[in-house]
Design a protein around this ligand. Sequence first.
Ligand code: IPM
Ligand code: MG
Length: 357
Amino acid sequence: MEFNIALVPGDGIGPEIVGSTVKVLEKTASKFGHTFNFTTYLAGGCAIDEYGEPLPKVTVDGCLASDSVLLGAVGGPKWDHLSGNSRPEKALLGLRKALGLYTNLRPAALQPALASACVLRPDIAEKGFDLMIVRELTGGIYFGERGRNESGNAAFDTEAYSVMEIERVARRAFEIARKRRKHLTSIDKANVLETSRLWRETVHRLGQTEFPDVLLDDMYVDNAAMQIIRAPSFFDVIVTSNMFGDILSDEASQVTGSIGLLASASLGDSSRGMYEPIHGSAPDIAGKDLANPIATILSAAMMLRYSFNLSEEADFIEQTVSKVLQDGWRTADIKEPGAESWLSGSQMTEKILSEME
Ligand code: IPM
Ligand code: MG
């Protein structure tokens, strides 16, 4: 089969990790007899430098015309002085909106081979965990009305959700829970926020009518922040609003101790998705060949699975990465405490490619 993939490497380590991932995708394509065509577009800081704006129209159009988008990361200190809509982050928010990607999947699992990297107490880590955060991605306070008063000494941001917006992301979350351990936890702040009360009502109505086989419970976001550390094995699938999901997914990924391994998928109603690692652009290590490409490689595996329906190929990439980790190969971010040598980003890429032979 043939697919057109838009590459948006972005800033910092983005180009390195996307470059590694293209090699892995090309190898996969040749093994399984597919053709992947790649076109590269600028977004984020590099687009500000080139076009004077973080998300040029040519990038949006190119992504809309593609079968899926693979993104590295955007942002860096060079553009930190910019404000509001001129910031590199605007590219991410704008792409999600333009592509209609209202569901964001962020898996966070403890890799058995990397249990020693987990920051949790051993008696908690021992139980293992494997949770999937489903974050609403194109609504809520990140997209609501915002502003300042005339004198500039007060500001506001608005959290707003409609039943339609809640239902469509919750349906995705229920469907995912159904294919996993059939347990969905909806996270909100319904003791304070009206949007959360609507969220809770809507998720429950959907559960009763369409997913009676999935166990549904609710949790306040502040409690959830504690439970992710205290008892992560409680969770299977989490569904939550844009801002809560942003915060909790960073927490959950850090708890695994291996943020350099975590992938994500952003999906909408069509098969076109956007796939990116959970970590950021890491400007401090950019250009030093230190960045771990695995999170981006695993994001590409998610692309094959969710957008192209190539699950055998996705399994192949995931199993190859697991094997390389089981064999003890590490990049700097996941090395054992006290280890004296580790692989560079390009060496890790070569290891994975040769394991694919
Ligand atoms: C993320 C990032 C973005 C977000 C920022 C950079 C706008 O933190 O993907 O989680 O908040 O969505
Ligand atoms: Mg975030």
